[in-house]
Write a protein of this length. Structure first.
Length: 345
């Protein structure tokens, strides 16, 4: 397992079957390298499966080709490309690799629209974000900067056709083992992980990352549906579900393997409850818009894409408070002002 830290691997026995390989690829994003995984053969004579591809960015593509070559493969050998979720650092190269290999592309149905049409840039998504940001009290010129930041990110992904859908509970034969698909909405609505019960390995993508708390990115509702999906509420549920499996190790989309999956998932849950309390305390002092809260808890001077993520996170904490009856939004015109609800005993 090439992405595992040798020192950590020496201290804890990490299950690492010889058919599972991790390739760490550079990205132009502040998150740093992305981990993609190659699972050799399906045990029935099929070719290798690539889980995630890295961004459409020359240094990433070069590193991927070199990594595959070191294992004796070329892009044209790929049988399947699975996309864990439609973020550029994970899926950007998929279209190019699929065209070159005629590999079958698999993803969850919720990721299909974004992968095929880049729906993050669609009119529907643009309108949704404008409405959400306006309601959140974000000034027009900041909204413009956020829209530009999102457009810049999209340069690193090419649209790709999804050939087959994978759903929660589906079993996939990869690297000679049977992997169970887990849909874990939170960081993204269609995020999928893969779990192998015999070895206890979880291919976690961005659901759980060793050094970074996954962001509950605000996304538009699926086509034809109304109402913003409450991603942090979904994420907390899925963290509980993954924790209860007690995987032996999680191989993530970024960073080192996680050997205390249960402990880290519980730590992340506690972190979000703590942050929600902090937001509530701030609202007790005085009502505020989401933009004002993000400025208080983070900074409005952040680069636009980081500000978008900060807004997503605080929105998640407001959703938790609203769900628990501890905060509510009162509108004065188009803007939502959040107020704390007193605790009832
Ligand atoms: Zn992501």
């Amino acid at each position: 397992m090439e992405c595992a830290d040798a020192e950590q691997a020496g201290r804890v026995t990490i299950p690492s079957p010889p058919t599972l390989h991790c390739l760490s690829l550079p990205t132009p994003f502040s998150v740093g390298d992305v981990n993609v995984y190659l699972l050799e053969s399906d045990g029935y004579g099929g070719g290798p499966t690539l889980l995630d591809t890295g961004p459409l960015w020359q240094p990433a593509e070069t590193a991927l080709r070199q990594g595959l070559a070191a294992m004796g493969y070329a892009v044209s050998d790929l049988d399947r490309i699975i996309i864990s979720h439609p973020h550029a650092d994970h899926c950007g190269l998929a279209g190019k690799l699929a065209a070159e290999s005629s590999a079958q592309v698999l993803a969850h149905p919720s990721s299909r629209a974004t992968l095929e049409h880049g729906s993050a840039g669609s009119r529907w998504a643009t309108l949704f974000y404008r409405k959400w940001l306006t309601r959140s009290g974000v000034p027009a010129q900041v909204q413009e900067a956020i829209a530009q930041g999102r457009a810049t990110t999209r340069q690193y992904a090419q649209s790709v056709r999804v050939d087959a859908e994978v759903n929660d509970g589906d079993r996939l034969r990869m690297g000679g083992s049977d992997w169970e698909t887990m849909l874990v909405p939170g960081h993204s609505g269609g995020l999928i992980c893969f779990y192998e019960p015999e070895t206890g390995i979880l291919l976690a993508s961005d659901h759980l990352i060793a050094d970074i708390s996954s962001n509950p990115v605000v996304e538009p509702p699926p086509d034809g549906e109304s109402g913003r999906p409450k991603r942090l509420l979904q994420y907390l549920q899925q963290l509980e579900r993954v924790a209860s499996l007690r995987p032996a190790v999680a191989y993530s989309g970024h960073g080192q393997p996680i050997t205390n999956v249960h402990g880290l998932a519980k730590e992340r849950i506690a972190f979000h409850y703590q942050r929600a309390d902090q937001v509530w305390e701030s609202l007790v002092e005085r009502p505020a818009t989401l933009f004002e809260l993000a400025g208080k808890l983070f900074s409005v001077e952040l680069p636009p894409i980081h500000l978008f993520l900060a807004l997503s996170e605080v929105q998640g904490h407001l959703d938790m408070l609203e769900d628990a009856g501890r905060a509510r939004c009162s509108t004065d015109g188009p803007i939502c002002y959040w107020t704390a609800e007193p605790i009832s005993n």
